[in-house]
Design a protein around this ligand. Structure first.
Ligand code: DUC
Ligand code: ZN
Ligand code: ZN
Length: 487
């Protein structure tokens, strides 16, 4: 009888810290051995000359979700996870999104019903908290955290979602008390609302004005405020979809003085610019997301932030709204003003190949950093590590085998989501995963989807170590214990 269910032989195994040629032995869905000349497996894969990477974790994904604009994502748990695994991502963390007046528990149950029997990769959930009432903060949230929902996102903009600073402080204090990571959408709501109103008054309705309304400084201000509030409470936060130089500088400065602020960026801030919003007619809507793509100078800042450790996580913020659909981009009408266009771009499948090609192959980041940003750090940020996000004995055998020389021209026809466009049409990349596996089962093999709906399992997240407070807040007051230390 074979010692292993599967042996991946002779590939270059890469983790966030090491690169080594070795065999990987898998048994019962778990990595059972790493070494040379491992005993025989019931199944063997020759990975000579190939890269053997942890499966990616995409920790910012919207699927089967109603947005506050009324638009609905084209992707379900089925098509979203299918698309993910074809691009080397074997675990996703989408949102269970609460709307005002809704119970958080009921929201989570609804999202489970959508995912059950559908997902092809494993998945966990973040909570979106838009209504932090006393019962949500005092009862529902602590119970949900204990049940494995240990991260939540709050918004500082969008009418239906935004929290004021006082509400944000309550959420931060609850996260500190119970142990959870708080993700922040940081844009100054009133700056955007005011600019939008003025732009529309002057008849500036085209998609390109979305970029003008969502000014860099609106992101910079809200980022600064979020960091200040988190510092006050001494609670770690993670700034999501960071795009602007003004935000990056503030995050970098906070990190330098020891604040536990983490940051995420996304493909749209590396590969799209404001010029993509300035296309004929409504075309620019295809690249409209919030925060918006900015200019080349800001793109360069994002690249530097990836290289120097300002960014911890690279996610897609996959928000798949079809272009030609009244429940997608055109939710506000056929050729509506920028203010009524559904915000979001798809990116689940291209996230890792695009960063690999433009980041690793050009030498902007090394391959270990690539693994850290796309696989290991997302697992660490949200309490899935070391079960997910690495190649180590005892970890789930979620693995992607990459052909680093494979040339691919991205087009909507070759992607596996349920969208009618990709903002990256015609973009050429080198390097693509040829095999993806989830818990040792091959789900994507050389162009063929092998997983079945329901193969993916729900993951309960631990309290992430990254969410632990530093211990003392800047003003000496511990909001959890009530202790006060006078400096
Ligand atoms: N912005 C968000 O905050 N979420 C979904 C997509 C987007 O553009
Ligand atoms: Zn957001
Ligand atoms: Zn998002």
């Amino acid at each position: 009888m074979a010692d292993f269910d599967l042996v991946i032989r002779g590939g270059t195994v890469v983790t966030a810290s090491d690169t080594i040629v070795c065999d990987v032995g898998v048994k019962d869905g778990v990595i059972a051995a790493l070494g040379s000349k491992l005993a025989k497996g019931a199944k063997e894969i020759d990975a000579t000359g190939k890269l053997v990477l942890p499966g990616g974790i995409d920790s910012h994904v919207h699927v089967d979700q109603l947005s506050s604009s009324g638009a609905y994502t084209a992707d379900t748990f089925l098509s979203g996870t299918r698309s993910a695994m074809c691009g080397g991502t074997t675990g996703i963390i989408p949102f269970a999104a609460q709307f005002k007046g809704q119970s958080l528990r009921k929201t989570v149950e609804d999202y489970h019903a959508k995912a059950d029997g559908q997902a092809m990769t494993d998945y966990a959930f973040h909570l979106i908290i838009s209504d932090p009432t006393e019962s949500v903060i005092g009862q529902e949230l602590p119970a949900l955290i204990k049940d494995g929902y240990t991260s939540f996102k709050i918004y500082l903009t969008y009418d239906a979602l935004k929290l004021n600073d006082r509400q944000f402080l309550e959420v931060l204090a609850a996260a500190r008390r119970e142990g959870a990571m708080v993700m922040v959408h940081a844009e100054n709501h009133d700056m955007i609302a005011w600019l939008s109103e003025k732009l529309l008054e002057f008849g500036h309705t085209a998609p390109k004005f979305h970029r003008v309304a969502h000014a860099n400084i609106a992101e910079g201000e809200a980022t600064n405020r979020a960091i200040a509030l988190a510092e006050l409470v001494d609670q770690p936060i993670l700034m999501v979809h960071v795009s602007a130089k003004e935000a990056i500088e503030r995050i970098r400065a906070a990190k330098a003085r020891g604040v536990k602020v983490y940051a995420e960026t996304c493909p749209q801030y590396l590969f799209l610019t404001e010029d993509d919003l300035d296309k004929d007619g409504f075309e620019g809507a295809k690249c409209m997301c919030s925060p918006p793509p900015r200019d080349k100078d800001n793109q360069e800042f994002v690249w530097q932030g990836l290289a120097d450790g300002t960014f911890d996580v690279f996610s897609s913020d996959h928000a798949p709204y079809r272009y030609d659909s009244p429940t997608g981009k055109r939710v506000g009408g056929a050729d509506t003003s920028f203010k009524k266009v559904a915000n979001g771009v798809p990116g689940l499948e291209i996230r890792m190949p695009m960063l690999f090609s433009a980041g690793v192959l050009t030498g902007r980041i090394d391959i270990n950093k690539f693994v850290a940003l796309c696989c290991t750090n997302p697992a660490k940020m949200y309490g899935l590590y070391p079960r997910k996000g690495t190649i180590a004995v005892g970890a789930d055998a979620d693995i992607a085998i990459w052909d680093a020389e494979k040339k691919v021209t991205i087009s909507i026809d070759m992607l596996h989501d349920d969208m009618d466009y990709t903002p990256y049409e015609g973009h050429e990349v080198t390097g693509w995963p040829i095999i993806s596996m989830v818990r040792g089962a091959i789900v994507w093999n050389d162009g063929e989807v092998l997983a079945k709906p329901g193969d993916g399992k729900f993951l309960r997240c631990d309290v992430p170590a990254t969410a632990r407070p530093r211990g003392t807040s800047v003003h000496g007051f511990n909001p959890t214990s009530g202790d006060y230390i006078k400096f």
